[in-house]
Ligand binder design. Structure first.
Ligand code: TRP
Length: 337
């Protein structure tokens, strides 16, 4: 396919945990894998964003590499997409500063994620980086002239800000940025916590028992699925209101087997919750086993992983530094010469 007609896609994920979970995969990464085939896709492990949460250096280092390994194991192919670590491309910070100077204080104060997180932590424990977080995210996107940004519903406001900042810059200083469209991922792929099936699967809001981790052993994950909360009644029926637990397990089963929810339901007609959970556990383990093994293998050869990242960073840097140069020029900053 001709490169010039492909749309540019960019997305980012934080390396905040040693393992991604099934919700991350089905809600986002799976779509990233699909999009790399038909688009010019840039995927970024946003380590700088993760600094807004306090981290232990050795742990942080491991998590970042583990994130990259898992993304590759899940199907991101460094030959098809540009996979890189945010901090390897200094233009992200440089553009971020420029955009900070175009963002109103009130405008940034209205970001709901910032409001939620800072309210929970209290102002003395909220770092300034959390406030400017969406502006760095806008820089991530605008640097690559992205057309589409695949993200979850919770990122809609950040994409709006990115669009506003891109348009603002263009109208003040001349056409420089592509104004991206959000590409909000399908809600059908939303996976909930196994212990609290009306809340999204998420490590920050859960004790861990309801979260299927990609890097966990088959035994641990089987156990978690077998102890998933089910609902009253005995039938395996998709009904998110009355049977959120069963519906969540059906969603997982259907997403991993490629069957529709109806087909999934038919597979368990006349069967009880016990058989149902065993079957879901089997599907999950069979799906995740090769992923975990591949990620572990990649992590054993750090030199190879770093080589892939270097190639990714160079490809990303080539695009990003060109945009930054245009931005500086448009602003009237004097080139070093
Ligand atoms: N804020 C995003 C999230 O938490 C992560 C992110 C950072 C991102 N930079 C990005 C997503 C750029 C898309 C594009 O999910």
């Amino acid at each position: 396919m001709n490169n010039t007609v492909k749309e540019r896609v960019l997305s980012g994920i934080q390396p905040t945990h040693g393992s991604f979970h099934l919700g991350n995969y089905l809600g986002a990464i799976k779509q990233w894998v699909d999009l790399q085939n038909t688009n010019d896709a840039f995927y970024c492990v946003v380590d700088l964003h993760a600094l807004t949460v306090e981290t232990k250096p050795e742990d942080f280092r491991k998590r970042t590499l583990a994130s990259v390994a898992q993304l590759i194991a899940l199907g991101l192919d460094p030959d098809k997409c540009t996979l890189f670590i945010q901090s390897h491309v200094p233009s992200h910070n440089q553009l971020s500063w420029v955009l900070e100077c175009l963002t109103g204080f009130g405008e940034a104060s209205r970001m709901t994620q910032f409001k939620d997180k800072s309210q929970k932590a209290g102002s003395d424990r909220t770092v300034v980086g959390l406030f400017t977080y969406p502006i760095l995210q806008a820089a991530d996107i605008l640097l690559y002239q992205a057309n589409k940004v695949p993200v979850g519903e919770d990122q809609r406001q950040h994409i709006e800000l990115t669009r506003d900042l891109g348009q603002r810059f263009n109208s003040k200083f001349g056409q420089t940025f592509t104004v991206p469209e959000g590409y909000i991922l399908k809600a059908g792929a939303k996976i909930n916590d196994l212990q609290d099936p009306t809340s999204k699967m998420s490590k920050s809001s859960s004790s861990g028992g309801g979260v299927i981790e990609l890097m966990d052993s088959p035994e641990v994950n089987t156990k978690k699925i077998k102890s998933a909360v089910t609902d009253t009644g005995r039938e395996v029926i998709f009904d998110e209101k009355e049977k959120p637990g069963v519906s969540n397990l059906l969603t997982i089963y259907s997403a991993l087997t490629g069957k529709t929810i109806d087909q999934a339901q038919n597979d368990f007609a006349g069967k009880g919750y016990g058989d149902f959970k065993s079957a879901v556990a089997e599907v999950v383990v069979e799906y995740l086993n090769p992923v975990r093994e591949r990620a572990e293998e990649l992590l054993k050869d750090e030199a190879h992983l770093k080589k892939l990242l270097k190639i990714g960073a160079e490809k990303a840097d080539a695009v990003a530094s060109k945009t930054l140069k245009d931005v500086y020029e448009a602003l009237g900053l004097i080139p070093r010469g």
